[in-house]
Write a protein that binds this ligand. Structure first.
Ligand code: 5GP
Ligand code: MN
Length: 316
């Protein structure tokens, strides 16, 4: 199946992804946007997303992302990428009202939504899946750059276990378009500002291990975020840093989003299915990387998450 067959008769198409967009979400949304604009020059193609982090400014036409939403508008087709309709944020009503609703995702926790559901949980990233839904000869350097960013961010630069032979083949095809992949990896994945490094250091310093050192947890409060003058986008990567500690099976990181409200990130080495833990609290994700939003104190949240984790690790 090719995506163009699903949308070629549409006069208006909207594309969106999840709130707090990560590299795969931004890369997929922009890759598909650039592709459809090029393939369907007569159609109106719009892209809606929460403002991405500045590191993604290297993606062409990223400034065309719209944040103002006219919920009365009815699109012929609405494509939701890298999530289900429950994490669309303000673009949710546009999806509901669209003539045809398409969902393309790779999250095991997503049962699919809309009229056309392409959810492949064995894909490293939505960007990898999208590559196979595009005609390779219609891809250009700008589209390739966006898709490549999606793949490297969701695979930790082709390193996590979700990297398959197909992932590497797609990445190999993409770098043939000649963008500076080494620079893109450095600038979008590894490089951190000084304050981002400082707050990561602080979170690591204040981390605590429990469950026989098999779990590690840390938290960043609103006061800390105010002190370092950082926002949620600056906290990317902290949970992965906790997960690399020797003998840790499961890492938990949370930051305060409101009064008694925390955004939780979970990572595991595979011995805990963190998607199932996150789903208990209304979240989701993958076996080794998942998230949710929790209400309650920091310690209550740790206790509640620990129950599901301890069960899986057979710890009484
Ligand atoms: P992160 O911890 O980096 O925010 O997210 C890890 C993975 O879990 C990503 O694939 C992300 O899309 C997913 N995820 C994070 N938070 C939520 C959530 O609240 N709901 C759902 N369904 N998925 C989430
Ligand atoms: Mn993804």
């Amino acid at each position: 199946m090719k995506i163009i067959d699903e949308v070629k008769n549409a006069a208006s198409i909207a594309i969106s992804g999840h709130i707090r967009p990560d590299g795969d979400c931004v890369g997929s949304v922009m890759g598909l946007y650039l592709y459809l604009k090029k393939e369907l020059p007569g159609a109106e193609v719009d892209v809606f997303l929460e403002k991405p982090a500045e590191i993604f400014d290297c993606i062409s036409h990223i400034e065309e992302i719209k944040s103002e939403i006219n919920t009365d508008k009815i699109y012929d087709v609405f494509i939701v990428l890298d999530c289900a309709d429950d994490r669309l944020g303000d673009a949710g009503p546009l999806f509901e009202n669209a003539g045809k609703r398409i969902n393309i995702d790779h999250h095991i926790s997503n049962p699919g939504c809309g009229d056309v559901r392409i959810v492949e949980a064995d894909r490293s990233s939505t960007a990898e899946l999208l590559y196979d839904l595009m005609d390779a000869d219609k891809i250009d350097r700008e589209i390739a750059t966006a898709l490549y960013i999606g793949i490297i961010h969701d695979t930790g630069v082709l390193r996590y276990s979700n990297t398959s032979p197909r992932t590497l083949q797609v990445a190999a095809e993409l770098i043939k378009y000649g963008f500076d992949f080494s620079d893109i990896i450095q600038k979008t994945f590894y490089e951190k500002t000084y304050v981002q490094t400082q707050i990561m250091g602080r979170a690591v310093l204040e981390s605590v291990r429990f469950m026989n050192n098999r779990c590690i947890v840390s938290m960043v409060s609103r006061r800390m975020m105010d002190f370092y003058q950082v926002g949620p986008k600056d906290l990317e990567g902290i949970v992965n840093q906790l997960q690399v500690v020797k003998d840790v099976d499961c890492a938990i990181f949370m930051y305060e989003t409101g009064t008694l409200e925390y955004k939780v990130s979970l990572r595991s080495n595979g011995s805990v299915d963190v998607a199932s833990v996150a789903m208990k609290f209304g979240g989701g994700g993958h076996v080794r990387a998942a998230g949710c939003t929790m209400n309650g104190t920091y310690h209550d949240n740790i206790n509640n998450l620990s129950k599901g984790i301890a069960e899986q690790l057979n710890i009484k």
